[in-house]
Write a protein that binds this ligand. Structure first.
Ligand code: UD1
Length: 366
């Protein structure tokens, strides 16, 4: 069986790593890794390949940045040629980035089977480009591999046949469990207690007023707790646009994007996390570190119902109040959801290798 994995952006890398590793151990499986190049800076891509032990991509498309239409179209045009050159039995796509939807569309039209890892997540907010990507990919996928049972329910409501849906657990947690012992704090001036901050959602950073409001609130909070803020390239550009300069004060510590092991160590040791990332909501839930999410909604509600996550939206007064509660020791700790234990990729491999022998059943379902 030939399996082609498609990755493109930073959050894909920690998801593909464990699936590649497990499938490598299975007999009769040949794998190809294709990187679209959606994320191309060394600190957004290469360092993850090194730290996660992902082999160099077999195919690199070098697509780079552009508008959503340009980026998606570029991946589609180049991916079509690549996938036709060596038609795989399965294409595995990960998460919700533009590369994911582009590859899924190409495969659906070529009738190449698609498995979507991290299927079924819904924020029900179509202002988010990732939500549109999730909706489209899940409609096109032949096999929908969900991280938690709420994903199954979302998909069934959308009319996806139950026999295509499998709750396998969270592959990102597979990577976390494997690499937590190697997590290492970055060599930066950290104080005893600090909060980790990450921001990159267009809804927070693309609108100058909302970005200014968030940054000034965080700067205010840094009087009481050091803010450690690795800045995403999108956010760096927007900060420059509004004339925000790097504070000299180490209590508001701006950093370049970090590697996986450094980011993991910061999450583990943080007193609080303030973020708009999807993955960090999940990782903080696993680690039991209180997480304040600067979004009105989340496609990962299980991190709220069971985990340590809390939605703040854009209400900066609420951020201050909840941040204070954490500093006083009454932050949310939660518990770890079912199947977030490090074996999701084993379950994916079992399904894929088992599914191969029941091909006709799947085709009927499709
Ligand atoms: C993308 C994903 C998002 C994910 C995020 C994590 C989509 C729609 N969005 O958002 O789901 O959470 O990645 O990082 O796919 N840039 C660089 N260097 C890079 C990559 C990007 O400078 O290595 C710049 C680009 O020029 C662009 C901006 O950062 O201006 C945003 O990159 P893009 O890939 O469009 O989306 P992200 O905001 O990173």
């Amino acid at each position: 069986m030939h399996i082609l994995h498609v990755v493109g952006a930073r959050p894909n890398f920690m998801k593909v790593a464990p699936v590649l590793r497990v499938l490598q151990q299975r007999d009769g499986v040949r794998q190809t890794l294709l990187h679209t190049g959606q994320h191309y800076d060394a600190n957004m891509s290469d360092i993850f390949f090194q730290q996660l032990g992902i082999p160099a991509p077999d195919v690199f498309l070098g697509v780079g940045s552009g508008s959503h239409a340009q980026q998606t179209a570029q991946v589609m045009m180049q991916f079509e040629k690549a996938v036709l050159a060596d038609r795989p039995d399965w294409v595995l796509v990960y998460g919700d980035v533009n590369s994911t939807v582009a590859a899924a569309l190409v495969c659906a039209k070529l009738r190449i089977k698609i498995a979507h890892v991290e299927a079924g997540l819904r924020s029900y907010d179509r202002e988010m480009p990732e939500e549109l990507n999730r909706l489209v990919v899940d409609q096109l996928a032949d096999l929908l591999l969900t991280p938690s049972i709420d994903g199954d329910a979302n998909l069934e409501r959308e009319g996806i046949p139950a026999n295509r849906i499998h709750c396998v657990g969270n592959v990102m947690i597979d990577t976390l469990v494997r690499l937590l012992p190697q997590a290492k704090l970055p060599d930066v001036p950290l104080q005893e207690s600090f909060a980790l901050v990450t921001l990159h959602r267009p809804s927070n950073v693309d609108e100058p007023e909302s970005l200014k409001k968030i940054l000034s609130t965080l700067q205010g909070l840094s009087d009481r707790c050091q803010m450690v803020f690795p800045v995403h390239p999108r956010t760096r550009t927007r900060m420059a646009d509004i004339g925000f300069t790097k504070p000299a004060d180490e209590r508001f510590l701006l950093l370049e994007p970090l590697g996986y092991l450094e980011c993991l160590a910061l999450q583990k040791h943080a007193t609080a996390i303030v973020t708009d990332s999807g993955g960090i909501q999940e990782e903080s839930t696993y680690l039991g570190v209180p997480c304040l999410t600067l979004r009105e909604n989340t496609e990962r509600p299980i991190t709220i119902h069971e985990g340590s996550n809390q939605l703040i939206g854009t209400d900066m007064d609420k951020l201050k109040v909840e941040f204070d509660k954490i500093l006083c020791g009454s932050g949310k700790r939660g518990r770890c959801p079912a199947l977030w234990e490090g074996r999701a990729s084993e379950r994916i491999a079992d399904i894929l290798t088992g599914v191969q022998t029941q091909k006709s059943g799947l085709r009927r379902a499709a």
